[in-house]
Design a protein around this ligand. Structure first.
Ligand code: COA
Length: 324
C-alpha cells in the first residue's frame, strides 16, 4: 500500500506579552526606525517567566488537534522542532506527549534551528510514506528570549517566542498532482558555516546554555541563495513553475529576505503570508504560525499550492510543497 500525508489541522500559540520596538529603545541603543527599515519587525511576543517551550508547544498542538477534529490518543507520532528545548534531555516532545495524554506511539525532537519545521515536516512525511505512522503531530516551538544576549543589539531585536503545529494524516495513494497533501520535502545542510550563526554554549562544550551569536550579513547572503536553490529543487521535483504556486509561506526572519523570495517566484506580496512584523523571527515556529494565520483567516483555501521554505543555523535549509 502507498501512502501520502495531508495537513488536516493547524494550531498556534503566542505568549501574551508583546514587546514593541519602542519598548526595546528603552533598554538598548536602538530605534524603531532602524529595526523596521532593516527587518520589517515591529513587535514580538515574549514568554512569561516559567512559561516553557513545552507549554507553548502544547497549546499550539491542542488547537491543531481541535481544528483537525482528532484526539491526542489518535496520534502515533509527535515530531517537535526546537532549538530551545525545556531541558538538555528528555526531548521536549515527550513532555508534550505526556501533557496531551498520549501514552502510546513515539515522540522526539528535531534540531535544525530556523529550518526546524521543514525538517520535522520532512521526517513526519517520510514516516507516513513508509507506512510507519498514520497520524502525526508536527510542532515548531521556541523560547528564543531565553538564549538572546539582551546587551547585543545586533541580535536581540530580531527574535521572538511562539509555537505552531499541524496534524498530518495518512491517505492512501502516492497523490496525483490534483490530490491534496504534501507533494514534496527537501532538506539540506552545510556544516562549514557554523560560525555564522550559533549558540556559544551547550552541555558538552561549556556546561551552560550560552547565547545566540550571528554574523548578520553573512547569514543574509546565504539565506537568499540557499532558499532560492531549495525553491528551484521543489518546483522541479513537482514539475511546476512559479506560476503554479498559490501561496508562499516562508520562514519569517526578515521582510527583505521574504520580498526577495517573492520576487524570485514573481509572486505579488498579497500571495505571501507575512507575520514577521508582529512575531519577529520565531525560528522553527515561524512557518507553522504563518500557515495557521493564512488558513485561519481564509486566505489559503482548500486545494491551493503552498510553498514553504526556510534557512537556519548550521547552515540548514529546505523547502516543502503542500496542496492544502
Ligand atoms: N539598532 C541600531 N543599530 C544597530 C542595531 C540595532 N538593533 N544592530 C546593529 N546596528 C548597527 C551596527 O552596530 C552597525 O553600526 P556601525 O555601522 O556604526 O558599525 C550598523 O547598524 C550596521 O550593522 P550591520 O550588521 O552591518 O547591519 P545590516 O544592514 O547587515 O543589518 C541585520 C543587520 C541583522 C538586520 C541583517 O544583516 C540581516 O537581516 N541578516 C540576516 C539575519 C537573519 O535573517 N537571521 C536569521 C536567519 S534564520
Amino acid at each position: 500500500m502507498v501512502f501520502r500525508s495531508r495537513i488536516v489541522g493547524c494550531g498556534h500559540y503566542l505568549p501574551q506579552r508583546v514587546v514593541t520596538n519602542a519598548d526595546l529603545e528603552k533598554i538598548i541603543d536602538t530605534s524603531d526606525e532602524w529595526i523596521r527599515k532593516r527587518t520589517g519587525i515591529q513587535a514580538r511576543h515574549i514568554a512569561a517567566e516559567g512559561e516553557l517551550t513545552s507549554d507553548l508547544a502544547r497549546s499550539a498542538a491542542q488547537e491543531a488537534l481541535k481544528n483537525a477534529g482528532r484526539k491526542a490518543e489518535d496520534l502515533d507520532l509527535i515530531v517537535l522542532a526546537t532549538s530551545t528545548p525545556d531541558e538538555t534531555f528528555p526531548a521536549t516532545a515527550t513532555r508534550v506527549q505526556a501533557q496531551l495524554g498520549m501514552t502510546s506511539g513515539a515522540a522526539f525532537d528535531v534540531q535544525a534551528v530556523c529550518s526546524g519545521f521543514v525538517y520535522a515536516l520532512s521526517v513526519a512525511d517520510n514516516f507516513v510514506k513508509a507506512g510507519a505512522a498514520r497520524k502525526v503531530l508536527v510542532i515548531g516551538a521556541e523560547t528564543y528570549s531565553r538564549i538572546l544576549d539582551w546587551q547585543d543589539r545586533g541580535t536581540c531585536v530580531l527574535f521572538g517566542d511562539g509555537a505552531g503545529a499541524v496534524v498530518l494524516e495518512a491517505e492512501e495513494g502516492s497523490g496525483a498532482n490534483s490530490d491534496r497533501g504534501i507533494l514534496s520535502t527537501h532538506i539540506f545542510s552545510d556544516g562549514r558555516h557554523h560560525d555564522a550563526l550559533y549558540v556559544d554554549g551547550g552541555p558538552s562544550s561549556t556546561q551552560s546554555t550560552g547565547h545566540l551569536r550571528m554574523q548578520g550579513q553573512e547569514v543574509f547572503r546565504h539565506a537568499v541563495n540557499n532558499m532560492a536553490q531549495a525553491i528551484d529543487v521543489a518546483l522541479e521535483a513537482n514539475d511546476m513553475t512559479p506560476g503554479d504556486v498559490d501561496w508562499l509561506v516562508p520562514h519569517q526572519a526578515n521582510s527583505r529576505i521574504i520580498e526577495a523570495m517573492a520576487r524570485k517566484l514573481n509572486l505579488p506580496m498579497d500571495q505571501v503570508i507575512m507575520t514577521v512584523q508582529k512575531h519577529a523571527n520565531t525560528s522553527s515556529a515561524s512557518i507553522p504560525l504563518a500557515l495557521y494565520e493564512g488558513v485561519n483567516d481564509g486566505r489559503i483555501k482548500e486545494g491551493q499550492v503552498t510553498l514553504m521554505e526556510a534557512m537556519g543555523g548550521g547552515f540548514t535549509w529546505g523547502s516543502a510543497i503542500a496542496r492544502l
